[in-house]
Design a protein around this ligand. Structure first.
Ligand code: NDP
Length: 292
């Protein structure tokens, strides 16, 4: 038996970043510098790291970056009025409010307050609806990143059985729409699914977006399948923090056809897709043809 091909998300994302940089240069020459506003409420350590990376990457790509760090005690009203200001700010093309928000703030209300044309996370009900209807949506970044990786392995997906484990609004559900659009036969599994191993064994494309370390075992995988591991689980290993996925990597590697590692798989793609969405949003808002 041969080992699965590693899907090098970090390398694909690096390629994407350099394309995005040239796209931004091209837009700047035409008088448009896309701007991304990132809002962080509170000091959740993982969120702070994500936000820092998003800002660093957007600056590297040549975007205009606006950064709002608010204390965890910020009221919902104050956050909503900041979003109002960002909605009407001419030089802001994308607005990202880092989730999770503190529990006294209604995240759904905040998401719905963002101008759908600036909703680069793709979480606004308007974009969710458009994605489901089939066109014109800003698409959530992690599912978009997963699709780019899957299509990098195989460009024609029609008729393949895709199984997504996890039904969150951020990953599982939007990814189901994207795979359906590619004419896959899509099954979405969750915590109440019966006999998950047999279901997974039928998958030509298996995506794990669960948040349970190494839940998916090697013997749940169909030989030759494309396996995408979205999971990011933090574990202690010999006194150091280590990231592990939702898939038993060593077990899967012996069976799958292609497999993403954690870290270095889906993670780096998420930020690249965020920048892509920002460029997209800027072009649409200004009626400029997109260079990407
Ligand atoms: P959520 O917690 O919102 O959703 C998890 C899903 O997994 C739920 O649908 C849940 O089912 C299902 N689930 C939980 N346990 C089981 C089980 N034992 N068997 C089958 N299904 C189960 O998570 P997210 O979608 O937000 O994130 C999933 C993972 O992806 C996390 O590890 C997260 O850190 C990571 N992630 C990574 C990103 C990246 O950039 N790489 C971006 C976003 C997330 P139910 O609905 O029934 O509760």
């Amino acid at each position: 038996t041969s080992e699965a091909t590693l899907i090098d998300g970090a390398a694909v994302a690096a390629g994407l970043h350099s394309e995005l940089r040239s796209a931004v240069e091209n837009l700047v020459e035409r008088g448009l510098t896309p701007g991304l506003a990132v809002v962080l409420v509170g000091n959740d350590p993982a969120s702070s790291v994500y936000v820092r990376n998003k800002i660093r990457r957007s600056v590297e790509a040549g975007l205009r970056s606006f950064h709002h760090e608010l204390p965890s005690t910020t009221s919902e009203t104050d956050l909503l009025s900041l979003i109002d200001r960002l909605n009407s700010a001419h030089d802001v093309d994308g607005i990202l409010v880092q989730l999770p928000l503190p529990s006294h703030i209604d995240a759904q209300k905040v998401t719905a307050a963002i101008d759908p044309a600036k909703d680069v996370d793709g979480f606004h009900p308007m974009n969710v609806g458009k994605l489901s209807l089939g066109g014109g949506a800003l698409v959530p970044c992690t599912p978009l990143g997963c699709m780019l990786l899957i299509k990098g392995v195989r460009s024609q997906l029609a008729g393949l059985n895709a199984v997504i484990v996890g039904r969150s609004n951020i990953v599982g559900k939007p990814l189901a729409q994207l795979l359906l659009r590619e004419n896959c036969t899509v099954t979405v599994a969750h915590s109440r699914t019966e006999d998950l191993p047999s279901l997974c064994r039928r998958a030509d494309i298996l995506v794990a977006a669960v948040g349970q370390p190494e839940l998916i075992r090697g013997d749940w995988i169909k030989p030759g399948a494309i396996v995408i591991d979205v999971g990011i689980n933090r574990a202690e290993h010999e006194g150091r923090q280590k990231l592990i996925g939702d898939v038993d990597f060593a077990g899967a590697r012996a069976v799958a056809g292609a497999l993403t590692p954690v870290p270095g798989g889906v993670g780096p793609m998420t930020i690249a897709c965020l920048l892509r969405n920002t460029i997209d949003a800027a072009c649409r808002r200004h009626g400029v043809s997109s260079p990407i």
